[in-house]
Ligand binder design. Structure first.
Ligand code: ADP
Ligand code: MG
Length: 473
């Protein structure tokens, strides 16, 4: 940090004040996102440890790792067994604002990029913090307190090599002197934020928990949300329910997409409940996952292609449609996530390309839904021939020869399901043609009731009905 030298008359002081950092950094982040940032750090720690000792079971790479959050009106604490902070990282980087070296973690699927998450989360919650780390390299504790935050002259922090540290290799971060508003949020009876954060973790960490990670909030284990999709029992049959699938590898990022039915069509009374807001659409829409973290959950807006370029706007009749897009890269900066890591980056060219596919999948399934709007026996029977599978197993369930190569955009391959159509569609044909308006009016005058002002399609229908009667006689 440039410090103004007293004897140099021509030098201006351009160093930032700490207050500026503390206020600016914490202004645009929500409390839940700040806490999830801390959890991301635990997980990044586990990913790094796994980088050194590959996990025994690749299906459950986070088995054995845990993070425990406790909070009340007096304190916030997050503790993990994910390996701890290496001494050199602690000295040179972990406590600084911002990352100097973007080459770090080059071969690892971590999500930290900007080097601010930990500091931002601390200042969001309180003015006193102890970070204690037990790493194979050595142990230390660092205390950030109010005096450090308000004092401007010194940015360095003391490292206490004799501090008490967690028994397992890992980190504990404890914040006290909570800000007044935070005290209320964390109070079990007032804000009850523990419940809010549990819900967030259930969703955003669903993947990670399924892959073996354990998260506890106030001593209670967090259970992950389910992601499922319906698939026909017998995929060899034609016109059966199956998800739309897409896979590609672009610019160091692996992309996987699944769109399908989360569950059967809603009944009329369920639909009424959705429309009146009595039931929430908890599983509808798109979920976007970047390096195992859910960054967007159950979105039904333009962000994920709804209501644009020929895709209908979300409506409760589409409540059972649910899709998942997964991005994986060992270079976190290539992932289409926003700086808070809890949103997709709409400036990403990669995301724009994938969104074209998302819209295509949506069109496929919304028109399928529209075909089956009415509650018929045929619809009921079609649904009984399906089962729900984990959405991540969908791609393996479809035989390789059913996929097609994609030549445009990101290329890759996809499987477009040949979805069932109601019998009526198979037995009926659509007639459409255009004629001069004057002629349409003439036919209307002849066949339709005077003064009803029929639409051209109604005139056409009346003409067909007339011709049909003639034909039958
Ligand atoms: N729980 C943790 N386990 C291991 N390392 C951690 C942990 N928390 C923080 N760190 C270290 O501190 C660094 C700074 O964290 P942070 O401010 O969130 O920035 P970023 O995650 O973007 O690098 C991390 O890169 C990591 O090396
Ligand atoms: Mg981080």
């Amino acid at each position: 940090m440039a410090v103004k030298k007293k004897d140099d008359q021509n030098q201006v002081n351009a160093s930032p004040t700490k207050r500026f950092f503390v206020e600016m950094l914490t202004r645009d982040i929500e409390l839940d996102d700040a806490i999830l940032d801390l959890l991301d750090n635990c997980l990044d720690g586990a990913v790094r440890t796994n980088g050194k000792n590959p996990p025994k079971n690749p299906e459950k790479p986070y088995a054995g790792y845990w993070a425990e959050i406790t909070m009340d009106a007096e304190h916030f604490c997050i503790k993990d067994n994910c390996g701890g902070i290496p001494l050199d990282i602690a000295k040179e980087y972990a406590f600084r604002f911002g990352r100097k070296d973007n080459k770090r973690d080059q071969e690892l699927n971590t999500v930290g990029v900007y080097g601010i998450g930990m500091k931002r989360a601390i200042f969001k919650m309180g003015t006193d913090c102890w970070v204690r780390s037990h790493h194979a390299d050595g142990s230390f504790g660092v205390n950030i307190d109010k005096d450090w935050i308000t004092g401007d002259d010194k940015w360095d922090l003391e490292m206490d090599r004799k501090a008490q540290v967690p028994a397992d290799q890992g980190v504990s971060l404890e914040i006290t002197n909570l800000l007044p508003q935070i005290q209320n949020y964390f109070h079990p009876k007032k804000g009850n934020f523990a419940e809010v954060i549990k819900k967030k973790i259930r969703l955003h960490y669903a993947y990670i928990i399924k892959k073996g990670f354990t998260v506890k909030v106030n001593d209670k284990k967090v259970e992950p949300n389910d992601f499922q999709t319906l698939i026909a029992n017998d995929l060899k049959k034609e016109n059966v329910i199956a998800p739309y699938l897409y896979e590609a590898e672009a610019d160091g990022v692996n992309v996987k997409l699944v769109m399908g039915m989360y569950e059967r069509f809603p009944s009329q009374s369920e639909l009424d409940d959705y429309e009146e807001g009595k039931r929430a659409k908890e599983t509808a829409g798109w979920t976007v996952v970047c390096n195992d973290r859910v960054v967007v959950a159950n979105d039904t807006s333009h962000l994920t292609g709804w209501g644009e370029s020929g895709v209908p706007t979300y409506h409760s009749q589409y409540v059972m449609l649910s899709g998942l897009v997964e991005f994986v890269s060992n270079d976190a900066s290539r992932l289409p996530v926003t700086t808070t890591k809890r949103g997709v980056d709409l400036n990403s060219a990669l995301y724009a390309d994938v969104k074209n596919i998302m819209r295509d999948a949506l069109k496929h399934f919304t028109s399928f839904t529209n075909n089956w709007k009415t509650q018929t026996d045929e619809r009921a029977s079609m649904q009984t021939q399906t089962r729900a599978i984990d959405i991540r197993d969908a791609a393996q369930s479809v035989p390789a020869d059913k996929w097609q190569e994609v030549r445009k955009g990101l290329k890759g391959k996809r499987f477009i399901p040949d979805l069932p159509r109601p019998i009526e569609e198979k037995t009926h044909a659509r007639i459409s043609f255009s004629r001069h308006k004057d002629e349409v009016q003439l036919v209307a005058n002849l066949l339709c009731d005077p003064g009803t002002n029929p639409k051209p399609s109604e005139v056409g229908e009346a003409a067909f009905e007339w011709a049909l009667r003639e034909a039958k006689e």
